[in-house]
Design a protein around this ligand. Structure first.
Ligand code: ADP
Ligand code: MG
Length: 192
């Protein structure tokens, strides 16, 4: 069912199933004969250049756009000129803050916008884009992963450098998969 103009945010830590959930929701709209597209930032080339790929191997074709103002403009332009009724954006936290206004506007125009991204960085500080989207969202899908230390629900992303917790002063953006990040609960999330 297409909810009409709607802004939905899928969030949580790494490995929570955000990308899987995004693909699932977009795919269901395609089954419902809605014109739908996925977008992803060019920075995230972990698994594929032209597809959104989840940690479990699930994949879907996507428009790859730069994480600049032009990239945000391109999402809007492609959506409006191609007449997409549903758009999904993965790793939304990597885009400039202007994406918040753009996605909100697209939802105002009747588009079902599904944005998926991290709420917190490796220090457990908020990503501003996700934070701003969350307070404007019509629906929030909050997911947790499994703590790699104790098996409890994980709400944090632990960055590791040579297997050890990354210090607070390391750069916020470092795209990686299982080799540099682990899902952790509050107790086992360490930022030296
Ligand atoms: P996200 O986009 O939130 O990072 P994905 O949808 O790409 O998540 O991947 C979710 C998948 O990651 C799960 O279905 C599972 O197979 C795998 N996975 C690996 N480590 C974990 C973990 N610690 N907790 C939960 N799932 C994990
Ligand atoms: Mg993901």
């Amino acid at each position: 069912m297409h909810p009409g103009g709607f802004l939905e945010v899928i969030t949580g830590p790494m490995f929570a199933g955000k990308t899987t959930e995004l693909i699932k929701r977009v795919e269901r709209q395609i089954f419902a004969k809605r014109k739908a597209a996925l977008f992803k930032p060019a920075i995230d080339n972990r698994y594929s250049e032209k597809e959104v790929v989840a940690h479990n191997g699930l994949r879907y074709e996507a428009f790859v756009v730069p994480t600049t103002e032009e990239g945000v403009e391109r999402i809007k332009e492609v959506t409006l000129t191609e007449g997409y009724e549903v758009i999904g954006i993965d790793e939304v936290q990597f885009f400039p803050l202007s994406i918040v206004k753009t996605l909100n506007e697209l939802a105002d125009r009747g588009i079902y916008v599904i944005a998926s991204g991290l709420n917190l960085d490796f220090k457990a500080d908020p990503f501003p884009v996700t934070k701003e989207l969350l307070v404007r969202a019509d629906n929030i899908v909050y997911l947790t992963a499994v703590c790699t230390v104790c098996g409890k629900p994980a709400t944090r992303s632990q960055r590791l450098i040579d297997g050890k917790p990354a210090p607070r002063d390391s750069p916020v953006i470092h795209v990686g998969g299982r080799e540099s990040y682990e899902a952790r609960c509050r107790e086992h999330h360490i930022v030296p």
